[in-house]
Write a new protein. Sequence first.
Length: 482
Amino acid sequence: MAKKTSFHVVWLRNDLRSYDNAALYNAAAAAHAEPESAVIALFIATPETWQQHHMAPLKQDFIRRRVAQMQKELNDQNIALLALEAGNYEDCMNIFRQLTDAGMIALYGQTEYELREQHRDKIISQQLQDAGVTVNWYDRLCIMPPGSILTQNGDTYKVFTPFKRNWLARLHEQEVRCFPKAKSTMLFNVHDLAGHLSFPAMIDGDDSSVKWPVAEQQVLEIMREFCQQHVADYNNDRDFPAVKGTSGLSAYLACGVLSAHQCVNRLQMEARPALEQEKSGASVWLSELIWREFYKHILVAYPALIKHKPFQADTAAIRWRNNKKLFEAWCEGKTGYPIVDAAMRQLNQTGWMHNRLRMITASFLVKDLQIDWRWGEQYFMSKLIDGEFAANNGGWQWAASTGTDAAPYFRIFNPVTQSERFDPQGKFIRQFMPELAQSDNKEIHWPHKKSTPSNYWPAIVDHNEARKITLALFTEVKKSDE
Ligand SMILES: Cc1cc2nc3c(=O)[nH]c(=O)nc-3n(C[C@H](O)[C@H](O)[C@H](O)COP(=O)(O)OP(=O)(O)OC[C@H]3O[C@@H](n4cnc5c(N)ncnc54)[C@H](O)[C@@H]3O)c2cc1C
């Protein structure tokens, strides 16, 4: 009887890349050291669980396209990628049982921080170890892993600025290291597993996300070009949605097509002197990558967040008005506030929204319409190509004044003055609202002054009135605290 080939399995989840992939690199190194052993990458599509997480169809398509592309890329590295279709996380254990029977000797993967995922990985680790399979997890989602940046008393930072200071001090102490591309000497024929596996091959994407390239080299080139040519202007341009002033890398960072290590490594290569100046474009961009890590640290330290609890416990008692009609108008971009409506169209049409607009639309939903921030959080998740729990939850709680933000709840964005400030000529509004294209640069921010144009809708709320109601809702819960 032919000797069974043993194999190491790399379970790809939020690290859909071949460069700087600790799990792939270590698995290939281990396989190389053992004669007659191979490395296989594995991806398991879990549409049922994705749906429970409200993952946008566009993001699902993006992941499927990236995995299909990665199959080709890894093939050139002599690594077969087995992409399977399962329903949910419960099926994953069955897949691993079948793989163990077929000759799997070790599992490698990158840590995930969400509660359900942690629970899933714990059970799988235990069962595999009981079956004699070695399990290796790599905590590489952040440059500074959660729990590694703490106050002097050993607590989690609850405010960003001191967290950032500590994070930067740690960066100065160490080099940001990226793993080289993994290469295997022996390509495993995944068809040999056919008799062992009862799960079908992953279904292809529907190509709804084709505007987002998925080839790894292309993504690395976008990142390099941003660091070489645009990052210097980031501090000036990043708040203006009509300008291409941000990197546009969020979808890649969210799915791990790109790692934060790669971004910072490149930033140091291209702009090291600028990183010494606090207000330079490079430093401000680095700050955004630190925000990304801050929210992940917060999520791990406060698991109640994943159960939809507000960070500031007293705000759980706010009596949101939750008017469904107003919510629908917001979702559809029919609020009568042009900057809000244009932003929601950007989200609905492209699956992405500029950061300044995420702040404006989130603030509008919560503080002008008095709708529970969790409604908006879920809606964003169901549309965003870069939808990612920690950043989305952090952003929503920031906007709702229920989160870690140091700014007081009574600072409420005025959507019209935000529009005048960050889209002064109405260029962004015009791009998404052709019905307002003829408005002049002043009236485009508030077209209701004389009378609402016939092809636009009236404002659904009065901002000044809404502000008063919101302040009262907050005062009620803050007072009852005392
Ligand atoms: C209400 C709200 C919801 C949000 N939801 C998400 C989300 O689901 N997924 C997501 O990746 N970002 C989210 N953000 C943060 C931010 O809006 C996006 O990361 C950014 O717009 C992506 O564009 P970019 O890649 O060009 O960013 P750049 O400005 O080039 O920033 C570089 C990277 O830093 C990270 N980043 C930037 N700003 C933030 C931030 N405020 N918080 C955390 N990470 C940040 C992202 O990974 C981003 O790709 C949200 C912000 C708000 C206010």
